[in-house]
Design a protein around this ligand. Sequence first.
Ligand code: HEC
Ligand code: HEC
Length: 318
Amino acid sequence: MFKSLNLGVAAIALAMSGAVSAGPLGIGSTATAEMIAGWDIDIRPDGTGLPEGQGSVADGEGLYEAKCASCHGLFGEGAGRWPVLAGGEGTLDTLHPEKTVGSYWPYASTLWDYIHRAMPYPAPQSLTDDEVYAISAYVLYLNDIVDEDFVATKESFAQVKMPNEPNFYIDNRPDVQNTRCMEDCADPSEFTIVATVNGVTPTGHFKEDSGVAANHYGGDEPKAAAVEVALSDAATAGQAVYDKACQACHNMGIAGAPKVGDAGAWVDRIATGMESLHSNAINGYQGPNGVMPAKGGNMSLSDDEVKNAVAYMVESSR
Ligand code: HEC
Ligand code: HEC
């Protein structure tokens, strides 16, 4: 309460000084160094951000019992259905992993940050820095990570190694390294979403017989033109199979699947002949655009059902 009141007063003072025109809640005004410091409370894995101060396991015991044990249990075992804070070692790769500070959390700094920021649950940010050090030390002690004579300080806390740290690593998938492309962007006001996914887009969005789909803003959007082709018997039978087992990828071109109804995507494929299309659909294959799973992953389909679905796809894509 006290903190947000301060922010409000600072914002009003700024607005009245005439330096900037601030909207409600001071939006539009420049944040002062003091305001930023109020939000800048994160502690990094290497301990950056930890304040001066100290607290021992012994100091933490009494504080924990008074302020935390009612929910988290005297030994961190969790009272009732409140979160468990200690134990669970060796359970992470079992059917019932118990993720606690000791068994799961990779960095001790997170404990300091979390307790300081969010606990005790009914009164977040009510603890002094020394109290946070002491209680954090005690929670680490409950997890057998520090000894009973441990005194947490900025320096000693940053040295604590958590048992599960080696199982966390920086996301190394290639797409996280891409440089951001912010050039030649299309005008967002020109974007219209026209695609719909069978069985996913609620049909209630379409006004009956109007040829348009109502959008969320009460306006109208063009509805994809209905495909007016006379289907063979095989294709007619295949439509239901397609809707059930194939449309998830082929309706939208998901995962590199040629989109049904897009003649350009199908012309070369149709040219390879129905036999080849049947065999690829039934047995699956790795193509240049992606993986087509055998029978679309639905092995309960008969070969004939898959062939019918292919007939439907081909005939709707001419
Ligand atoms: C009134 C009950 C209550 C009290 C008292 C309380 N907590 Fe919590 N604590 C919670 C709840 C609820 C959560 C889960 C919050 C969430 O997930 O958003 C939680 C989460 C936590 C977690 C994270 C657990 C995890 O693995 O995700 C820690 C650590 C923690 N509390 C420490 C403390 C400490 C230390 C104190 C005393 C200073 C304290 N809590 C007091 C209810 C309480
Ligand atoms: C998980 C997504 C997925 C599902 C489900 C799926 N497909 Fe495909 N399908 C693909 C992809 C991807 C390709 C394109 C692979 C390539 O050529 O690069 C493809 C290609 C095809 C082709 C073209 C084959 C060729 O030789 O060019 C046919 C025919 C086809 N699928 C039929 C089906 C049928 C029938 C079903 C349902 C029984 C189905 N697919 C379900 C992903 C899927």
